[in-house]
Design a binder for this molecule. Structure first.
Ligand SMILES: [Zn+2]
Length: 269
């Protein structure tokens, strides 16, 4: 994505998506910054050194006030309601086949629960379709009310959700091209809807790319002890070798060969 953005003379933003502070730790953040510096993929904003030394609007855990402000706007228009359901409650409604996304059936929508308690907050998803054209995958139609139901924006622990935080950030940071893995394709319609609801006049363009998977088809993850960049770096693999391998797997090179960062933009015709 760094190469594609450079090719189109875009600015590359680095955002630390640690809205769920319970799971994110400072050392994960420094590891990501170390990896990017080592690969030579420096963002235009913010400078990595600035991010290392203090609060930043590019770190979601530093943006709680802004999320609260946007949420207040939605509440004022009657589009938000408290929900006390757990994930388990929603799974137990049995609406979704095993492995499919659980749709929230709207259990608490009419209950008028008190939002001072430890409850989640949901935004009402009206029926209706969202249509968008993915750069790689073409035109898609999604109906958030059928896929996921009313979207959770803050959970029962007071943590902002991914769906809400990225929608606010993409707007505030004027992101007009979102490049991400195709595991997030099903979230796109609801993010476009949320963006419109909070007042963003235009939608960003989306590009969903294939993921490198384990042979079993699962995503790579630390929990599965998949090799991370730090291990490869320690094993003496060069940044150029890794970039070349990634470009080859992404279909940008005919065969794997060492690649300099400066060559990346040229791979995107
Ligand atoms: Zn509920």
């Amino acid at each position: 994505m760094w190469g594609l953005a450079r090719r189109h003379h875009g600015r590359v933003l680095l955002r630390i998506e640690d809205h769920d502070r319970g799971r994110s730790r400072d050392h994960f953040e420094s590891a990501i910054l170390d990896d990017l510096e080592w690969l030579g993929l420096e963002p235009d904003e913010p400078p990595i050194e600035v991010l290392r030394h203090g609060p930043s609007p590019y770190r979601q855990s530093d943006r709680a006030n802004r999320y609260a402000e946007v949420l207040a706007g939605l509440r004022h228009r009657g589009l938000v309601y408290p929900c006390r359901c757990s994930r388990r409650d929603i799974a137990d409604t049995g609406a979704a086949p095993p492995g499919a996304e659980a749709r929230y059936p709207g259990t608490c929508r009419e209950l008028g629960l008190d939002s001072d308690e430890a409850v989640g907050l949901r935004v009402i998803m009206d029926p209706g379709e969202e249509t968008f054209t993915d750069v790689l995958l073409g035109t898609h139609h999604q109906t958030p009310a059928r896929q996921c139901g009313d979207v959770l924006v803050r959970d029962r622990l007071g943590q902002w959700t991914y769906q809400f935080a990225v929608t606010v950030d993409d707007w505030d940071q004027e992101v007009d091209l979102v490049i991400r893995g195709e595991d997030l394709l099903s979230s796109t319609g609801r993010q476009i809807r949320l963006a419109r609801m909070i007042g963003r006049p235009d939608s960003p363009t989306f590009l969903h790319h294939p993921l490198v998977l384990r042979p079993s088809g699962e995503k790579l993850s630390k929990a599965n002890r998949d090799t991370g960049l730090a291990e490869l770096r320690q094993a003496g693999v060069s940044p150029e070798t890794l970039l070349g391998e990634a470009a080859f797997r992404g279909g940008l090179l005919e065969e794997a060969r060492p690649l300099e960062v400066e060559e990346l933009p040229g791979l995107f015709g």
